[in-house]
Each structure stands twice: as structure tokens, then as C-alpha cells.
Write a protein that binds this ligand. Sequence first.
Ligand SMILES: Nc1ncnc2c1ncn2[C@@H]1O[C@H](COP(=O)(O)OP(=O)(O)O)[C@@H](O)[C@H]1O
Ligand SMILES: [Mg+2]
Length: 641
Amino acid sequence: MDSVRQDVPKSDPPARRERVPLPLRIGERYDYFTPLEPIAQGGMGTLFKIKIHRDDFVTPYILGHILSGDLSATLVGIHGRYLLHEPEFEEEVGRRIGAVDRRSFLFQRMLSELETREPRLVEAGWIAAAKVPRHEDAVATSRFLREVRSLHNMGDHPNIVKYISCGQVGERPVLITEYFPSMDLAERIAQAPVSAESSLRIFTAVLRALHHAHGKGILHRDVKPSNVLTDGDQIKITDFGLAKPLFPEVGRTQVTMADQIVGTPAYMAPEQADARLGAVGEWTDVYQLGITMFELVTRRPMYDEDEYRARLDRMPPDEVKDADPRRLILEEVQDRAREHPHFPRDFDPTLPDELEKLIMTACQKHILERYTCELALEHAEELLRNKVFAHAEPTLAPSEERKRESRTTLILSASEAMLARHAFAEAEAYERGLSLLGRAENESDVIALADLVEEAGKALARLPRAKFGVLHARHEALAKGLEGERDDIEAFRPNRKIALEIASGYEALLALIESERFFETPVSAIRSKASALRARAAQHLERVRRTGLPERIAGRWQRQLESILHELPRLDDTLAARKAAFIRKKKEELDRAIERNPNEAAMIVLTLRRALENADPGDWGRALLAEIERDYVPRLKLGES
Ligand SMILES: Nc1ncnc2c1ncn2[C@@H]1O[C@H](COP(=O)(O)OP(=O)(O)O)[C@@H](O)[C@H]1O
Ligand SMILES: [Mg+2]
């Protein structure tokens, strides 16, 4: 019988031979552990086999990061129950929370999380793996902390490298996980061919791991051969360095592409390369797994950087837009009109048809044609049970024809497509509900709050309570807060609408004064608009006061009207002063330019004319305008404007 165990001789993997100074010293006793030997250098981290020598692995600094979620930029530590701005724990704590509103929902939630969460106990004498970031900059650190946070929240799964603890050595955060003497799939592929059955087992195991992570609300986003480990028997995924909350509760930091390529393009899903092609979701991990599986069964990457580099070398130099082959790969991946360049059986015709389909459905470029994680798992497990590939026979059909046929059979059945659509719609409803709730929680205007709560309710109606309990609870808390106020809210609605109009009229005036062409705005126009607005605001303020509605509903608008009434009379003065300063400056520029640069001087004269003509009559501006027409214009041979 063929099994994964037979494929791989059990042996410790060779440490990689890249010459980068190790961030930790072998044999040195650090606070909680001693590094025994280096395991590997990844792209982001350096891994060590370590021995733990203390069992009170307390991790306040890092745990603070974890719990503060995306606020890690401002919150960097905890002390007792408090979150700190700065890592000096001995600092007086309670007052240092500063920027975070202690009453805010978020803060409350962090506190309750702190109270309920027990750091995992660690025993002295344990052998474990320690990962430290290779780079010490803020971006690397915050990405690393996200990895720590994801693993910390993961819970145990046989196919995911187990989280043990985290801590810090000097300035570096350290992630401690179980030590898994193994080889990653990149090494495994290089070593010897992997049988179809082993490949399918690996496929299934990784799907189980991903399915578990997704259930915990975590996306991996960096599934590739070097992040799947095997000891010939067990399979575990690792490296949640790019992981992202599937349904981020807090903020939404995107790993943006901009000009920089983040991640490994050869394994990137189209929607990762170009956000317009769809949201990143569970399906993204499935795609990456499909590409990884392709490589496992064919022993060559779907998108080989060397191949694309060679292609670039052959291109005429003026056709090369970017010398980076990864850019070329990205372009091809993004282009959904193009199929993937290879099918597994182009390389190995004896490969079971079913396995090829499984792999190619996993890496469909269109999200809706791609497997959901659940469905892929179901099909893979079924295949594993039936051992279809036991009687696989090489097909004789020519490659092109088979591909065409394969492509049509790859399209999901109607019910499967429904499933995919459902998952997609759910994710969208979640995002919408989440963002509305977030806004509602920060909304101080009760009516806007009521509207947001209602909108969020509609989005949440599409999300099952069993799976999205937290979100529903947040919504209920908000709705409860509004109970008993419905009538007052409705009563005040028309008043609020008028107050909003007045506020936007005021904003428009401000914008006019602050605009780039403010100097063309007649002061008199501002003056008359301001006085009309003032009359309206005064009248409405009276009306609002007379409603006698509670402060929570009307107070904010009353205060806003009062402040507008207070500010309005100053607007024309502000404009007049700005104009005067502008004109003085232009006049100085004119005096400087008139000798040296007649063209520039002519432009300045035109500007000054416009500014002065819109000044108030009788103003000093009139005199200046006359002076310009008399003394400057003739020297510039300027016609009438
Ligand atoms: N828990 C572990 N036990 C043993 N080896 C591991 C473990 N985790 C990772 N490795 C090895 O270290 C390599 C790099 O780890 P990884 O977490 O992927 O770092 P990076 O983020 O730098 O890619 C992996 O490809 C794997 O070979
Ligand atoms: Mg890795």
C-alpha cells in the first residue's frame, strides 16, 4: 500500500544554508529558553529548535499586542488589566490609555478578553520551535504580531502547527510553537516524486487545516509548498505570517499592493493581485492550495519565475515594461481570460483524471467557478475513500482536446455554484454589517445611529446567528440602547434635516473662502449669503429649543446651530483679511517681476485685477487698481482684460 509514510525517509531536515547572522545565539540562555540549533531561514522569520527552561512564560508585552488587535500601533503592552501606550510596565498604568476611549466598545471588549484569557502553561524541559522575525522594522513586527495573534486564536488542530506561547528577546518578539521535525513540501518535491495517493492525502489534510482556520475566522493567504510541513506521516501547515482575520472585527488594514509586490506572486490568487476581481476570502486559500498541489504532482511550479525571466530576456528591450519576472506572472494570473498555462496531466498522463480535476477546480481563476473549502474537502475525502486512482489509466486524448473538455467539466454544477455564491454573499453581508456596526458604535448623533442600526439589521438578517453570534450581540446591544427613544427620534427627524441643511450651507461658505480661487469671490456676496444663513439658523435654533426633546437627541444640533451663529459674522472679515494679505503679496511679487520677467508680471497683473475688482467699492483696493492701470499696465503692453 502506498502511503505518505513510505514516501519520505524520516530524517531531520537540513538547516538552510543562507549566510545571514542569526538573531539568537545557539546555546545562550535567554529568559525563558535556550536555542539548541537553527531549523530554517524563511523569507520572514528565522526558526530555532529550543529548550524551554522556565514554566512561567508570561508574555505581557506581546499579549497586549495580540489583544489590542489592529490598535497595535498605539497599544503596546498590558499590565494587570490595563493596556499601555508604552512598554515601560512599571509606569503608572490606568491613566496612560489616552487615545483610546475607555468607554468605547472596543476597549471594553479588550478588557473582557483579558479577563477571560489564560496564557497557556508551558513546562520547563519542553523542546519547541521559536520563530523570530528576520527584520526589525515596524512593518515586519506588526506582520509578525499578526501571525502570533492568528496562531494564538487558532485552537488545536492536528494539521496546524500548534501554538505554545510568545514572548520577547530584547526588542524582538518571539513566537513559540511545537517543534515538528519535518520537511516542507518544497524540499519534499525536490527530493522524489510523490504518489497520487500521498498527494491526495496532503491535499485533504491541508484542506482540513484551512477549514478549521476559516472556522476560527482566520485566512492563511500564503499557502505554498514551503509552508506545508510533513514528516512522512503527519501533515501540518505553518506560517500564518500573512494571515488576516476573515471577518476583521477591528479596522481593516489591507496588505496593499501599490508598487510593491507582497507575498509570492506565483501562488497569488487573481483577487489578491487585483482587488477588482473580487474579495479575498476562504476561496483564496483554496486557490493557493490548488497551485501548491499542481506543483506537488508535477514537481514544477505552475508559474516558474525562471521561465518568465527567460521570456523577459528574449523580449525586445522596448517591450519590457518591468524587468521583474514576478510582475509578468502577476499580469498573467490576473488575466482571467487566459487559462493557467499547464494542466497536471500535461506532465504526467498517468495521473488520475479526478485528481487533476480536483486540483484545477481548486485553482480556478474565477471565484465562483472555484471550489469552496467545504466542497473541495468533501470531494477530496470522497476520492480518498473510493481510491478511484487505483485503476487510473493513461488517457490517450490529445492534450488540447482534453483541456477544453476539462475546462467545461470544471464548471461547477448549479447547486455547487449556489453554495459558492452563498458563501460569497455571506461574506459580503458580513462586511457590510460589520462596517455599519462599527460606524454606529462611533456615532454620536442618535438619529444617524438609529439609521445605521436599522441598516445593519438588514445585513445581519442574512447571517445565521449560530455562526455570527458576536455580531448579532453587538447589534442587539445598540438596538437596546435606542429603546424608548423611537418616538422622540422620529419627532426630531425633520428638525435635524433642516439643521443639516444649514450646516452644509455654512460648510459651503467656508469652502468658498478656503478655495484656491477665493480671491475672485466678492466679499459682498459672502456677506449677503452669511446674513441670510444667519437668519435661518437663528430661527431654527428657536424651533429646536422649543421641541424640548432630550439633550441626547437635540443637544448636538442645538450646539451646532449656536456655534454656526457665533462663527457666521466672522466669515466676511476672514475673507477680507485673506484677500488683503493675498493682494499685498501679489503686489510685492509684481514689483519684483516687473523688471526681470514681463510675462510673469503680466500674469500677476491679471490676477490682481480679478482680485481687486471683487474687493469692496471704496476700499483701498480701488486706489491700488488705479495705480496698477496707470503705472504698470503701460509697461507691460497689456490690453484691456
Ligand atoms: N514548528 C516547526 N518545526 C519545525 N520546522 C518548522 C516549523 N515551522 C516552520 N518550520 C520550517 O521553517 C521554515 C520557515 O518557517 P515559516 O514559518 O514558513 O517562516 P517564513 O515566514 O519566514 O516563511 C518552514 O518552511 C519549515 O521548513
Ligand atoms: Mg514560510
